[in-house]
Design a protein around this ligand. Structure first.
Ligand code: AOS
Ligand code: ZN
Ligand code: ZN
Length: 431
């Protein structure tokens, strides 16, 4: 049976119904923006070029350490995960790339996987290694660490896995590897901080030496979890130290959920961008810790302020500034496709709002210490409803005016529920 795909005609019918009101809203917004010196078509075209990768592990239902409540019609293998990513891209037109996670996404036949992606019009973003859990048949355990383990043999095994991920990624056309390790300690005294960091640097440089010349290595820091007392790569400073020591192909990756509450993440972004060490993002949102909630659902203003820094770095550094944007979320109580559609939309919204900030006015207000005017200039952009720009960018690219409504109209989930009967054993999301 051929896998069901959302057809162009479903999207076209949906868009035809939305066309008149979208045009009115777009024209009204265009008129208002032109009074502020902003050309709406140029913002729309810039947003249309933006890409945020979908994580292969995000299309399955996630869970917590307590339980996972399986969804219906969940993807059962990497091919079906790509099919879901295709549905997301067809409707949302903001996620042309997929980020794979090994060994979860290891396919017998890489050629087949590559051509499946090509047929769907998808490409592969950064590959992710996994040394935070033991795999069936694995010789040595990562219970007490991987790249930083005291035992050289465990470290070698973890390095080998990362090198294998690079090889797999090379075959698939990826250009980066993201390394996140769960290594750290749960109790004071358990680990020597300095020795653990030195072991990390040694292992990471062995991986670094395996990078092709046109690849990047992204180091993802995380304050805590699964290590609850201390994490080896705990913050952006440590990540920066490691990336600097490794060399120009190593950069830092900022996962929005990996900081202490109330951390000024936009400032971290500004610092890393200035140092030319900002490699990429894992977008998500959080209330307390690494909650992996949908992007823009809890702190949309923070997301906007992050994009303010990104647009500002883009203006300063031009084309050489190109961080890899990815979503990293766990969808426990929603349909993962709907969450990813909405998240892509919210990331695009933050970008569009950052693009319409009047930067000349902001700079003048900053120079003059006109605090209120500076604040007003930033919030004027934040308070603008850019929805018509996002919808127009999507429609221009062949996507849906309202992706979630069109997804529901398409009957995709119902069809997948029939196509993909569950055998009760799968755990395709993160638990
Ligand atoms: C873990 O907290 C990190 O966010 C990683 O990016 C991890 O590899 C990903 O969440 C998949 O488990
Ligand atoms: Zn992450
Ligand atoms: Zn995380």
């Amino acid at each position: 049976m051929d896998a069901f795909r959302i057809s162009d005609s479903v999207i076209a019918d949906h868009n035809a119904r939305a066309a008149a009101s979208l045009k009115r809203d777009y024209d009204n917004l265009g008129e208002a923006l032109s009074r502020r010196g902003v050309k709406i078509d140029s913002i729309r075209d810039t947003v249309a070029r933006f890409n945020v990768a979908v994580p292969s592990w995000g299309v399955g239902t996630g869970g917590t350490r307590f339980a996972r409540f399986a969804g219906v019609g969940e993807p059962r293998n990497v091919y079906e995960k790509l099919d879901d990513c295709d549905a997301i891209h067809r409707l949302g037109r903001i996620s042309r790339t997929v980020s794979l996670h090994f060994p979860w996404d290891k396919a017998e036949d890489l050629g087949r996987l590559k051509s499946h992606a090509r047929e769907l019009g998808l490409a592969f973003d950064a590959v992710n290694s996994n040394t935070f859990q033991d795999q069936a048949g694995q010789t040595l355990s990562y219970k007490f660490g991987s790249l930083t383990h005291q035992d050289r043999e465990v470290r070698k095994q973890a390095v080998r896995h990362n090198l294998e991920c690079i090889e797999l990624g090379k075959e698939l056309g990826s250009k980066a590897i993201t390394v996140w390790v769960g290594d750290g300690s749960n109790f004071p005294g358990q680990q020597d901080f300095t020795e653990a960091f030195e072991r990390y640097l040694e292992s990471a440089s062995e991986i670094y030496r395996g990078l092709p010349s046109d690849w990047m290595m992204f180091l993802e820091h995380k304050l805590f979890e699964p290590a609850f007392y201390a994490t080896v790569i705990n913050d952006w400073g440590t990540s920066y130290l490691a990336a600097s020591r490794l060399g120009p192909q190593a950069k830092c990756l900022v996962d929005l959920g990996h900081h202490a509450p109330n951390t000024n993440i936009e400032m971290i972004v500004a610092r890393l961008a200035w140092a030319k060490k900002l490699g990429g993002f894992h977008f998500n949102d959080s209330m307390y810790g690494d909650d992996d909630l949908d992007s823009g659902s809890i702190k949309p203003f923070q997301l906007f302020l992050i994009f303010n820094e990104l647009v500002s770095a883009e203006r300063r550094q031009g084309a050489e500034f190109k961080p890899a944007y990815m979503l990293d979320q766990s969808h426990n109580v929603t349909d993962p496709i709907e969450s990813l559609l909405l998240s892509g939309q919210e990331v695009g919204r933050a970008y569009a709002k950052a693009l319409i900030i009047d930067r000349a006015k902001l700079s003048a207000a900053q120079q003059a210490n006109d605090v209120i005017e500076a604040r007003r200039t930033v919030t004027a952009a934040y308070q603008t409803d850019v929805s018509p720009i996002l919808a127009a960018a999507r429609v221009q690219q062949g996507g849906a005016a309202d992706p979630i409504a069109a997804f529901r109209e398409s009957g995709y989930r119902e069809r997948k529920t029939k196509e993909r009967p569950s055998d009760g054993s799968r755990r395709s999301g993160i638990v």
